[in-house]
Design a protein around this ligand. Structure first.
Ligand code: SF4
Length: 314
């Protein structure tokens, strides 16, 4: 499969089939915490990067062999809304199945009416908002020239007015960067203006391209929950376990996931053991096969080994 990955498991979306519409890495931002590594070249012009019928055919095939899905999620190698025609794809998927459709986006293009229109049929949209000020937005998200903080916020406010589905904003809490009381109160003010259904507070648990990215302390996480909860419902989703049991080809399934985000070695070993409880050497064998592909490497992050793509800077 070229466009489909997973299913991956998470507390927010349960068992979710990933659909990636982009060539790696295509983004309007260059976030300090990005799990895909640095944005080498900004892309801000929307395109149909791959033929939409080809993508739909893969989704159709993936659905025919999988009944236990909670969501179909458009997410992947950059900013999802750069794909021109995503609205058509969402509409076609909804003709194929009753499984709800989610779109994970940084939200930077929501100021464009045609982008907002393409999202109207989605059941949930999960845009990012990591800062309550232009300065912090520029420090964390490092947008392409021409994309401003105010434009981002106004895109979200307008989208909220037009969109009837679930709007769940994702806030990445970074230790020492956006976890001060001042930054959190500013963020709360902007969230109030947007009025989303919920905020998902997430943490930089995977390797990031910049050294300054670190986990906030438990005290700061609690503080963020308290301050943001005064204006919106906040959840702090715990990451779900990786589930490879329905994968027809283990190596291909793992490759598809690591290509989209770093995977903790421990998590991978556990997922393989769940698939092959009788074969204790299976995890080592798979990791040897991954090394032999020449496209992955192991890196250390906060004392834990992670699998990442070789040519990305982590
Ligand atoms: S985290 Fe998302 S929005 Fe930020 S640079 Fe990476 S892909 Fe783009």
């Amino acid at each position: 499969m070229k466009y489909i990955f997973g299913p991956v498991s998470s507390k927010r979306l349960g068992q979710s089939l990933g659909v990636d519409l982009l060539p790696p890495k295509s983004c309007t931002w260059n976030c300090v915490y990005c799990q895909l590594g640095k944005t080498r070249k900004f892309i801000t012009e929307r395109q149909e990067f791959f033929p939409r019928e080809e993508i739909l055919e893969e989704i159709r095939q993936a659905l025919s062999g999988n009944n236990a899905l909670d969501w179909i999620t458009f997410v992947g190698s950059g900013e999802t809304m750069l794909y021109k025609g995503i609205g058509w794809l969402i509409g076609e998927v909804k003709k194929l199945t009753k499984i709800p459709v989610a779109v994970i986006t940084n939200g930077s293009l929501l100021y464009l009416p045609e982008v907002r229109a393409e999202l109207l049929l989605a059941d949930a949209v999960l845009p990012s908002l990591n800062a309550g000020s232009e300065a912090l937005h520029n420090q964390i998200d490092r947008p392409a020239p021409g994309l401003t903080f105010r434009q981002h916020v106004e895109g979200l406010v307008t989208f909220r007015r037009e969109y009837k589905g679930r709007l769940w904003i994702e806030v990445m809490l970074l230790g020492g960067i956006n976890d001060s009381d001042e930054a959190l109160y500013a963020l709360a003010d902007v969230l109030k203006e947007i009025n989303p259904d919920m905020v998902h507070l997430v943490l930089p648990t995977r390797p990031a391209p910049e050294q300054e990215v670190c986990l906030p302390t438990d005290e700061r996480i609690e503080r963020a929950m308290t301050i943001l909860s005064s204006v919106v419902t906040v959840v702090h989703p715990v990451k779900g376990a990786m589930d490879l049991r329905s994968a027809p080809d283990l190596l291909e399934a793992v490759k598809a996931i690591v290509t989209r985000h770093p995977v903790q070695q421990r998590e991978l070993q556990k997922a393989i053991l769940d698939c092959y409880p009788e074969q204790s050497g299976k995890a080592d064998q798979l990791m040897q096969e991954m090394l032999a592909t020449g496209i992955f490497k192991l890196v250390d992050h906060e004392g834990e080994p992670y699998w990442v793509l070789k040519d990305e800077s982590h």
